[in-house]
Design a protein around this ligand. Structure first.
Ligand SMILES: *[C@@H]1O[C@H](CO)[C@@H](O)[C@H](O)[C@H]1NC(C)=O
Length: 159
């Protein structure tokens, strides 16, 4: 299944995240960005998992040549982003979270757009993540976060 196209669009939002985040890519930056929105919707925090992160970075490295937003089809939940300039990890999380206005919790359905990336970020049962980032040969940055256990189970609510 392909649901990548909407991730290509880069737009910036001012959510609760915006003011606490600087342009950074450390493990803690990714974790904090996720936990800010998770706390906002009442979901427990997520922690860094080094083996998941190794998987994510390895996959990012494979995309260095083409920078395609293709999912790895691996064992984890997964979000992808890319952008020109200096897209950092926190920017990527913001892109995913910016889908929130499109989600209607009451009906567990999307309003106008896909919300799969958002759901990975706030999936209650996904308690660990690992992310990777690479500068592609075309100058764009590619960012991936992988989630364990996998979320986005059809028919379940994220939280
Ligand atoms: C990290 O994730 C793997 C799944 O790839 C899991 O088997 C392992 O238990 C996790 N590590 C920790 C410390 O929970």
């Amino acid at each position: 299944m392909r649901f990548n196209n909407f991730l290509i669009v880069i737009y910036f939002i001012s959510l609760t995240l915006a003011h606490i985040l600087q342009a950074q890519n450390s493990h803690q930056d990714y974790v904090n960005a996720h936990n800010a929105i998770r706390a906002h919707v009442g979901v427990g925090s997520i922690t860094w998992n080094y083996s998941v992160a190794a998987y994510a970075q390895n996959y990012a490295d494979q995309r260095r040549g083409d920078c395609d937003l293709d999912h790895s089809m691996g064992p984890y939940g997964e979000n992808l982003a890319e952008g020109y300039g200096n897209l950092n990890g926190v920017d990527a999380v913001k892109m995913w979270v910016s889908e929130k206005p499109n989600y209607d919790y009451a009906s567990n359905s999307c309003v106008g757009d896909l919300v799969l990336a958002l759901h990975s970020v706030v999936w209650r049962k996904s308690t660990q993540l690992g992310c990777g980032r690479v500068k592609c040969q075309n100058g764009w940055w590619f960012v991936i976060c992988a989630y364990y256990p996998t979320g986005n189970i059809e028919g379940e609510r994220p939280y």
